[in-house]
Design a protein around this ligand. Sequence first.
Ligand SMILES: *Cc1c(COP(=O)(O)O)cnc(C)c1O
Length: 383
Amino acid sequence: MSKQQLDFETISVRGFSKGDKVTGAISYPIYQTATFKHPELNKSTGYDYSRTNNPTREEVENTLSLLEDGTGALAFSTGVAAISACIHLFKPNDHIIISEDLYGGTYRLFNDIYSVFGIKASFVDTSNLEEVKSAINKNTRCIFIETPSNPLMRVSDIKEISEICKKYNLLFIVDNTFLTPYLQKPISLGADIVIHSGTKFLGGHNDVLAGFLVVNNLEIYNKLKIIQNSIGATLSAFDSWLILRGLKTLSIRVKKAQENAIEVAKYLKENSKIENIYYVGLEDNLGYEVNLKQSKGFGSMISFRVKDKNIIPKILKDLKVISFAESLGGVESLITYPFTQTHVDMPNKLKEKLGVDERLLRLSVGIESIRDILNDLKSVLED
Ligand SMILES: *Cc1c(COP(=O)(O)O)cnc(C)c1O
């Protein structure tokens, strides 16, 4: 796969192959087939069976790899399937250091599912480099971070952590779901594997589930390719096509959602019913400087804590433009309640330590009219 020649926006619109080479179709075809005919014994078109290889899936993998400055990418049926595939790189007694504030499903995977196989995880505040270093032991194989983190928007220093990983020979994995390659490119900052829940910004329309791994070298790619084919949670041809379509508008969606989010954050900051606001675009957010150094922007994810938890039911019931629903990164604005939704399987003690409490809400700002979004918030946050 050749290095990036064109600009990001151009690659995302045209895709890796710029449409179909055979017919000239501008939209890459959906190869809706389970299997492929062989011309004769010991000959293959390059495609044998769609779990192993499918042209539409390959197209979305190659396109995302270009956008993330990777060596190759692999597409999975969901984000957690992509994360699960990564875990198969490890063996019993291997130890992994993970951001403590992160997507609840990732926490559940490491803590509840893979701990049974003897893979040990330490959840630490990866925005604190001293904490990261002191968590390393002789069995540590990997550092896994999310930045900005979910839901508290903590920022971890990708470059600094990549230096630690080099020094101790650790694999470095970054979940880049929140900022997308349009705003942040972890591989260029030293990450080995970038994870995406393609369900979020890459798809962008709340209509498809997908997951991706983008890698920076062929050796890991080949290992993960075998894991992907063996476990089988691959992305279907149609869903690959939906992500290709989503990618075409990624830059303008991310830009517009961020513009809206900045306005929303300013409004929430001034509102007397709100105690704290977490948005990496606010100068007084803890990770503001580090985020600025390593990305081109702030994204559109905002969490906030209200002063009185009793207003939460009304907020969630009465919002009309913003929907009360899980997920994020789509054109529609969504609000979630991490305490009982995305982070329900995180132990109460950790939730308490992090501040994922009964007063915290998480907002994924969409691309609707900013006037309508603000009026919606005003209708539930002003008497
Ligand atoms: C949603 C999400 C995931 C999981 O992805 P699914 O597509 O829901 O399986 C992983 N990481 C982050 C940061 C997410 O927001």
